[in-house]
Design a protein around this ligand. Structure first.
Ligand code: AMP
Length: 413
């Protein structure tokens, strides 16, 4: 079904066409009619499924034209990167209307945000802390809010924003439409939902824990002291457009980036110790292709939208299985194909099993052809599970590596 059949405002249909989208994604198909009907919504959808447009397009259609008198739509986001990105999406979609969107987030001065608010915005996209600052200052009033959107609610709660979020919801008029978007819907969300939403329609895209089927996962067992060499070897063996490398720590990220630069890769770094300007420059440079590799930590990379990421490499196995899903969510965004490789030392074996349990499937163990593994690299911890050895890969795991990907299976003849 084309976008033109979804009762969106003509200006938004033009906006979508200008973005080059031809067909709505599943979450857009299901959420847009609910939002247009004025009902409350809880949508569980991963980043990368097109959820931003699933709320931005109908909300902008309902708003019509710019009106003075303060914001009518409030979008809450857990991180500044995500807030900036979602505001850009609102601006992109509304380019053929006079609707005004603005963004409020920490890490930068107040001046510009204050003057944009004073100039009059229909849509405010904000992180909770900075929004509360402006409310306290009296610079922002939420009395005119007609639609409240909480995006990435699970992450917002994980990051400890629950009290801020409740305070913000209480400042919005009771008569409003409320939309929740979340990758997962744990019980804590149900409790916020019962307080914030009225008779919501539920839209669920894919199984809650599903990692998109388009992504090819692989574990590369390796000893700690050979990890960096294996990363370099993988980078030279794969045919990539842009690679996101995840490190558990900020120092680790800096170190990996430095060594990659020494090996002549163009590298950006994204972590919480970087200034807002450095983070923006890193993201912008990675998006535009100036950097081919971005090294990031989990929090910093959460929610960033970098279309075209061809590979995610977990240099460190994530401690939290949910972070695996979030990291992997960077590839395979809106139907693109991506690969996700995890370098795993023998010590990581139990974390890897936790991840497999969490995503509900086994991840094949691969060996990089031509890499000089140390003589003692047998990795009994990473044998293929018994049921699979020699047999066909289980459903959802790749039977081959696309684009001539290197690798033989461990424990298989
Ligand atoms: P999101 O899940 O909102 O972060 O979107 C993920 C990516 O998919 C973004 O780069 C969007 O620009 C892109 N996208 C969203 N909807 C569509 C669509 N209908 N067709 C093509 N790309 C889309």
């Amino acid at each position: 079904m084309p976008f033109s059949k979804l009762s969106l405002a003509p200006a938004m249909i033009r906006g979508v066409q200008a973005m080059g989208y031809t067909e709505p994604t599943p979450v857009q198909l299901r959420a847009i009619p609910v939002v247009m009907s004025g009902k409350d919504l809880i949508a569980s959808a991963q980043t990368g499924t097109g959820k931003t447009a699933a709320f931005a397009l109908p909300v902008l259609s309902l708003l019509g034209a710019h009106r003075a008198g303060g914001p009518r739509v409030l979008v809450l986001e857990p991180t500044r990167e995500l807030a900036a990105q979602v505001e850009t999406a609102f601006r992109d979609f509304s380019r053929y209307s006079d609707i005004r969107a603005t963004v409020l987030h920490g890490g930068v001065g107040y001046g510009r945000q204050r003057s944009e608010l004073r100039a009059g915005a229909d849509v405010v996209v904000a992180t909770p802390g900075r929004l509360l600052d402006f409310l306290q200052e009296g610079e922002l009033k939420l009395g005119g809010i007609q639609i409240l959107i909480l995006d990435e609610v699970d992450r917002m709660l994980d990051m400890g924003f629950i009290h801020d979020v409740r305070r913000i919801i209480q400042r919005c008029p009771a008569q409003r439409q409320t939309l929740f978007f979340s990758a997962t819907v744990p019980p804590e969300i149900a409790s916020v939902a019962s307080f914030a939403l009225r008779d919501p329609v539920r839209v669920e895209i894919g199984a809650v824990k599903s990692v998109t089927q388009l992504i090819t996962h692989a574990i590369y067992p390796v000893h700690q002291e050979q990890k960096f060499d294996l990363l370099l070897a993988l980078l030279s063996a794969i045919d990539f457009n842009s690679v996101l490398v995840f490190s558990r720590t900020k120092h680790g990220a800096d170190r990996i980036a430095r060594r990659l630069r020494e090996a002549n890769h163009s590298v950006a770094v994204l972590h919480a110790n970087r200034s807002q300007n450095q983070r923006m420059e890193a993201l912008e440079g990675f998006r535009s292709g100036r950097y081919e590799v971005m090294v990031a930590t989990d929090i910093a990379a959460r929610g960033i939208d970098v279309a075209g990421v061809s590979h995610v490499i977990n240099y460190d196995v994530p401690e939290n299985p949910e972070d695996y899903v979030h990291r992997i969510g960077r590839t395979g965004r809106a139907q693109a194909v991506g690969d996700a490789f995890t370098l795993a030392t023998p010590e990581n074996a139990s974390d890897v099993r936790d991840i497999e349990r969490f995503i509900g499937r086994e991840i094949p163990r691969l060996k990089l052809a031509g890499f000089a593994y140390k003589a003692a690299s047998a990795f009994p911890q990473y044998r293929e599970p018994q049921g699979r050895r020699g047999g066909p890969p289980s459903r959802g795991t790749p039977s081959h590596h696309p684009r001539g990907k290197p690798g033989a299976h461990w424990g298989r003849r």
